[in-house]
Design a protein around this ligand. Structure first.
Ligand code: 5AD
Ligand code: SF4
Length: 346
């Protein structure tokens, strides 16, 4: 057995690795199959065969940030902007109910129109429909996070994007890495199931910094980790940069599963965008969550973070049908619980 196999074995037993050991796994492609099989085994042991479906509503594509990689960045005036009203959001939540989803993920750009009060009102209305609620609406104050929690939100997604502070600040003009980290710890303190994650393949990102990202997830004790390959968007300053490597993204995900065995890990849209069966490969390499888009046709097209986003050509009904049969075809089942981190809470 080569050293890499031994390191993977160790991670499978102890759920702990040093930075150098993570780097060895990420740099050596000879043990990839073994890594994916072990991540799959640990997924099965800790979170079972159920796949949790979360209905995603992209309720506003207006954003005050200027993240260099993202099509929704403020300076991109080629994108048509939209903002849903509460009726539209509730209407989509009703549809998600019909598809059987138990969680609504409310995602938007950093849109200042949605004040603390407005977000709390939306949370309370959706809560009446008996959903678990995940928010993905960006950097806020501790006080705002506490208010969302008190209104009934359960989970919050905020990717760290990269733990390389220099790279972070290059990619996010006028944003601060320290504030990003502050938000994540505030979210934990406010009682949220907290999700984070990173982009894989950002320009000049190193394997060493990806290892730091994984150790950061462990240090934070994140409840969910979403990872995706970087996909250059022609409407952004990074349009001529190289696309991230899908296999490397799946490796980062598999190592994350070994180190945080009981968390929720989505098979992300960016993975499916680079390869049609990318989500299924991810589900067989440590992932246990899928977030089908329930946003209406017109808005979905405008929520163009990167080009060719998977799922744009399917209606939500079709997507539910297709993803269900693909999940069942690999011997997994669709969960009918809320899918909190601790299965006891289901
Ligand atoms: N390629 C891949 N993922 C991207 N995101 C934003 N832009 C891109 C891109 N060009 C991801 C970020 C963000 C999430 C909502 O989408 O990680 O947190
Ligand atoms: Fe805005 Fe999020 Fe895109 Fe950054 S990644 S520009 S915060 S929508």
């Amino acid at each position: 057995m080569t050293e890499t196999f031994k390191i993977i074995e160790k991670a499978t037993q102890s759920h702990s690795l040093s930075k150098d050991e993570i780097i060895k796994i990420l740099k050596d492609d000879n043990a990839n199959e073994f890594l994916f099989q072990n991540a799959d085994k640990i997924r099965k042991k800790y979170v079972g065969n159920e796949v949790h479906l979360r209905g995603l509503i992209e309720f506003s594509n207006i954003c005050r940030c200027n993240c260099k990689y993202c099509g929704l960045r403020k300076d991109n005036n080629l994108v048509k902007r939209y903002r849903m009203d509460i009726e539209e959001i509730l209407n989509l939540a009703q549809k998600a109910k019909q598809y059987g989803y138990k969680t609504i993920v409310l995602q938007s750009g950093e849109d200042a129109f949605f004040s603390k009060e407005k977000i709390c009102e939306i949370i309370k209305e959706i809560k009446k429909l008996d959903f678990a609620i995940t928010l993905s609406i960006g950097e806020k104050t501790f006080e705002e996070y506490k208010a969302y929690k008190a209104a009934g939100a359960d989970r919050y997604l905020l990717r760290i994007e990269t733990t390389d502070k220099n790279l972070y600040e290059k990619m996010h003009p006028s944003m601060s890495f320290d504030n990003r980290v502050r938000c994540l710890y505030d979210l934990k303190k406010a009682g949220f199931e907290t999700g984070t994650g990173c982009l894989v393949g950002l320009p000049s990102q190193t394997i060493e910094s990806l290892a730091d990202d994984i150790l950061f997830f462990k240090e934070l004790d994140a409840d969910m980790i979403g990872l995706g390959p970087f996909i250059p968007n022609p409407q952004t300053p990074l349009k001529d940069k190289k696309t991230g490597n899908l296999i490397l993204a799946i490796k980062v995900m598999a190592v994350t599963r070994l180190l945080l065995p009981d968390i929720n890990i989505p098979a992300t849209t960016a993975m499916e965008t680079l390869q049609p069966d990318g989500r299924i490969i991810a589900l067989k390499s440590g992932a246990n969550v899928v977030m089908p888009n329930v946003t209406c046709e017109d808005c979905k097209q405008k929520y163009e973070i990167y080009p060719g986003k998977a799922g744009l050509n399917n209606s939500p009904e079709e997507y539910k049908r297709v993803i269900t049969s693909k999940i069942e075809a690999i011997g997994r089942t669709i969960s009918d619980g809320y899918g909190f981190r601790t299965s006891r809470l289901n």
